[in-house]
Write a protein of this length. Structure first.
Length: 119
């Protein structure tokens, strides 16, 4: 047994194929069902389904991890704000999680469209 450290957020299916048994999720607060369905598919080795769901979150994950993860947390906060869901509270931001620039916010809005049904 070993440990697999996989730093690509919810795109964890390749890691599961290599033997990991779970992952952490930054997007679970926004779309918990997507994260659950990815993990459930991985657990039964239905990697095609897991990859299919991962594809839907891929654009959002790309924003989170670009430029050395500069928007890793702030993109999640912005997605929460843009989602319009009233059962999650993105807070007010802060010095370590400033809101992303307007152009990035527009990209986040487009990127989360395919995953909002997984909330």
């Amino acid at each position: 047994d070993g440990i697999v450290i996989w730093g690509v957020g919810d795109r964890s299916t390749k890691s599961a194929q290599l033997g990991s048994r779970g992952h952490t999720s930054g997007t679970a607060i926004l779309c918990p069902r997507a994260c659950d369905e990815i993990n459930n598919a991985q657990r039964i080795k239905d990697y095609d389904t897991a990859y299919e769901i991962e594809e839907k979150i891929s654009a959002f994950e790309e924003i989170r991890f670009e430029n050395g993860r500069v928007y890793n947390y702030s993109a999640v906060i912005e997605a929460m704000r843009l989602s319009g869901f009233d059962d999650i509270d993105p807070g007010e931001g802060g010095p370590f999680n400033p809101f992303p620039p307007a152009d990035v916010s527009k990209r986040i809005a487009i990127a989360i469209e395919p995953i909002l049904d997984y909330h």
